[in-house]
Design a protein around this ligand. Structure first.
Ligand SMILES: C[S@@+](CC[C@H](N)C(=O)[O-])C[C@H]1O[C@@H](n2cnc3c(N)ncnc32)[C@H](O)[C@@H]1O
Length: 469
């Protein structure tokens, strides 16, 4: 397996083992209800120590880890602070914070992440999955580190989250509108991986037929076509007579008139006869057999690899929610609750434990509470944040969500804005679909949503005061 080498790797390789255990100190006055190590926890401190402290109680018990660590853009001012016993790494402590000019920026980031990822791996249950957002600065290095820690075969996918809903006109090169979401399973054979709820409109357009009992399907010709296996010579067992609705025998015949082959064996045709449908669409008016392919919507739909902002929210909707909860922009880089909500939908059951060790404004905790409210679940969250705002923002958000947050002020958040051009107007149907999606996404957050055209722009905004928790 290709491995990633970074400066300091040999020193941090087993650093997670040497980090000393520190017990967690409860602060009952800051919580709601009795403090309990097995309840929802918000831990203020460096996550290396916090994860170590969680090990005795939670090793092998966490079903979902979501992390949104520093992306290492060079502008975040994050610091390397780990107490690793090696002179080279000690020197790194002098060069904080890590800026764009730091030639070891990527090595330091990997050295910081490595022991934390090892501890997160230990905390995951066999059914557990880890999800991490990053951008092009570190996603490729993170993938290689995770390959090494989890095993390459445990990589579920590297998805694209469309974080922005409008282009950046000041971009020097590309206007980047996505982040990556890397997903790994502790054990792909045992993992929790739920399909998403399927709506009729999620079906691809070609499922345009409906069965007698209303199930969507499309048709595929029963005769094999193209490739070497479509001749009688190649597949003699698949050349046999079928009986058409007029009682006549029909054989598979290729375009050039030679003997062909069916896609299904005689046994399969007999077993699945209810899926065979005859159509009179041959040039001579004769019958042609097709078979039905039903959409398996009963079991939901598999999540795609591009998560659009209309479905899961954007950076802007993440910030708008913070503004609603606090009445001001108390945190700069929150993820939208819909993004983490979808991760929970896929990766948790009603009693799962969810861990976020870079929790920032506490979106993960909020999403866990929402998921429980939706399905009467009993999921629990473990959040870690090292900055001083662990109480004033992270924990305060959770307290406000639990007790219902009052709101005062005017909402001037735009949920969607689109300059109307002739091309856009010609595709009005697409535009209205887009607006409907935005409405669906935000309906639960506001009392109403207003659409207006102003100065050549279509603008969608929340109309009234939001629900107060
Ligand atoms: C990008 S923010 C996460 C935002 C979060 N997903 C949200 O929706 O609000 C990353 C957070 O990780 C925290 N952080 C960085 N290094 C940390 C560490 N070693 N231990 C604990 N928290 C850390 C930062 O203070 C910051 O709040």
């Amino acid at each position: 397996m290709t491995e990633l080498n970074f400066k300091g790797k040999e020193f941090v390789w087993n650093h997670h083992l040497t980090v000393p255990f520190r017990p967690l100190e409860p602060h009952p006055e800051k919580g709601i209800g009795e403090p309990a190590l097995d309840g929802n926890l918000i831990i203020h401190g460096d996550n290396l120590h916090a994860l170590k402290a969680l090990l005795p109680t939670y090793a092998g018990k966490v079903d979902c880890v979501f992390i949104d660590p520093p992306y290492n853009t060079g502008n975040e001012g994050w610091c390397y602070n780990d107490n690793v016993n090696a002179p080279m790494i000690r020197e790194w402590l002098e060069a904080n914070p890590i800026g764009i000019e730091d030639g070891l920026r990527h090595d330091k980031w990997c050295a910081m992440m490595w022991p934390r990822l090892r501890l997160l791996h230990d905390l995951l249950s066999d059914e557990g999955t880890l999800w991490m957002t990053l951008d092009g600065n570190e996603a490729h290095r993170a993938k290689l580190m995770l390959d090494e820690i989890f095993g390459e075969e445990c990589h579920l996918g590297t998805l694209v989250w469309e974080k922005s809903d409008s282009p950046r006109m000041d971009a020097k090169v590309f206007s980047t509108s996505h982040d990556f979401l890397i997903a790994f399973a502790k054990s792909p054979d045992a993992m929790i991986f739920q399909r998403l709820e399927a709506e009729e409109e999620d079906l691809p357009d070609h499922y345009n037929l409906r069965s007698e009992d209303g199930r969507p399907y499309y048709l595929k010709p029963l005769r094999a076509m193209g490739g070497q296996g479509d001749s009688r010579e190649a597949r003699p067992n698949l050349y046999f007579a079928m009986t058409d609705p007029d009682g006549k025998e029909v054989f598979p015949i290729r375009q050039d008139g030679s003997d062909g082959a069916w896609r299904w064996s005689r046994t399969k045709v007999e077993a699945e006869i209810s899926r065979i449908e005859w159509r009179r669409d041959r040039g001579d008016g004769g019958w042609v057999p097709y078979f039905r392919i039903y959409a398996d919507s009963s079991g939901g739909r598999p999540p795609g690899t591009i998560w659009y902002h209309e479905e899961v929210g954007s950076s802007r909707t993440g910030k708008a929610l913070i503004k609603r909860i606090f009445g001001e922009s108390s945190f700069d880089t929150p993820k939208p609750i819909g993004l983490i909500g979808r991760i929970l939908e896929i990766s948790t059951e009603r009693d799962s434990i969810v861990l976020d060790s870079f929790s920032g404004s506490g979106t993960t905790g909020h999403a866990v509470l929402e998921a429980n409210a939706r399905d009467e679940g009993n999921r629990r969250f473990l959040l870690v944040e090292m900055e001083d705002y662990a109480d004033k923002v992270t924990a305060e958000r959770i307290r406000r969500v639990i007790s219902g947050y009052p709101y005062s002020g005017v909402i001037n958040t735009e949920l969607y804005k689109e300059r109307l051009t002739w091309t856009k107007l010609k595709n009005a149907e697409k535009l209205t679909e887009q607006v409907e999606k935005i409405e669906n996404l935000h309906r639960h957050e506001y009392d109403a949503i207003k659409k207006a055209v102003k100065d050549g722009e279509l603008i969608v905004t929340p109309a009234y005061s939001p629900k107060s928790g």
